[in-house]
Design a protein around this ligand. Sequence first.
Ligand SMILES: Cc1cc2nc3c(=O)[nH]c(=O)nc-3n(C[C@H](O)[C@H](O)[C@H](O)COP(=O)(O)OP(=O)(O)OC[C@H]3O[C@@H](n4cnc5c(N)ncnc54)[C@H](O)[C@@H]3O)c2cc1C
Length: 301
Amino acid sequence: MSGIYVYSDRLEIAAELIGFAKSGGQAAYALCFSQAEADQLASRGADKVIYLKGDSPLPENYGKALADYLKEQDAELLVVGATARGRDMAARVAGYLDCGMVSDVAALDYSNGQLNTERIIYGGAVVQSETISGFCVVTVAGGKFSPVSGQAEIKTVAVQADPRVTLVETAPITKEGVDLKQAASVVCVGLGLEKEADLKMARDLADVLNAELGCTRGISEERHWLPVEQYIGISGAVIKPQLYISMGVSGQIQHIFGVRDAQFIVAIDSNEKAPIFKFADYGIVGDMYEIIPLLTETLKA
Ligand SMILES: Cc1cc2nc3c(=O)[nH]c(=O)nc-3n(C[C@H](O)[C@H](O)[C@H](O)COP(=O)(O)OP(=O)(O)OC[C@H]3O[C@@H](n4cnc5c(N)ncnc54)[C@H](O)[C@@H]3O)c2cc1C
């Protein structure tokens, strides 16, 4: 079955990758390594769900089996969600197949057997365009494509998992932050905020909008006012909310990388030359200490 094969250990990203494959009119085959994943993927619009069934609970133990399967099927392209586990899987498959691999692309287009990709490099200052022909593996972060829906048949293929690594235990870690990727609205604070106590002003606005609170890297990594899960950008969360409101965020490219797929960007900054205004749908030039309380009160009324 030639066509585009997609894999992600995160269901929502897998659904988006199926959306990518279908948007180009290609056949989309969703790969997974457990019955539970197969059942969930079956309603996500793929042409077929391929469940590679072996005796290991670790997806990475199926790297060789997946590579062999893709070769046997004469696959055109493997698109993998750029999670930690997905990147691991992509590298294994590309290694076993000795084929081209492009990692963490910001944009991709596949037509007539040719893949065109764009990658953001040098910390977000440069876009690098690449072209690959022949079978290759590409990884892409979540939030780039719209998911589709539709019922698919599940095909179970018995395979041999690599037995050398075995799972001993998984134990949950309590996270302090919120899942910004799921948020419909995000209020983002930047280094324009003078003191930690002023986060209340941002939280009040977020509460009125039923939004989550996000921040720039400096707020979490330098000032430690919010957990690292809450900073947005190329090295933080890449989000796709309907509404993103920034306050005291200058809009450097490393931050913008994480919000440029937001539907509406509203920026509040005292510097009219702040780069964020180039990306904003609505901009307010002024002191956020005056504007935010007014905005919050107006929205409450
Ligand atoms: C390799 C690399 C990766 C990076 N990754 C990320 C990343 O993932 N995410 C990220 O966020 N950053 C990242 N950065 C840092 C990034 O380059 C910027 O330094 C950072 O985004 C700037 O944060 P900021 O906008 O909060 O602060 P600043 O750039 O200092 O901007 C503060 C803004 O607040 C405004 N302001 C001040 N007072 C007020 C007021 N009273 N009312 C209204 N506005 C006011 C100022 O005019 C200014 O525009 C990265 C940098 C590098 C080198």
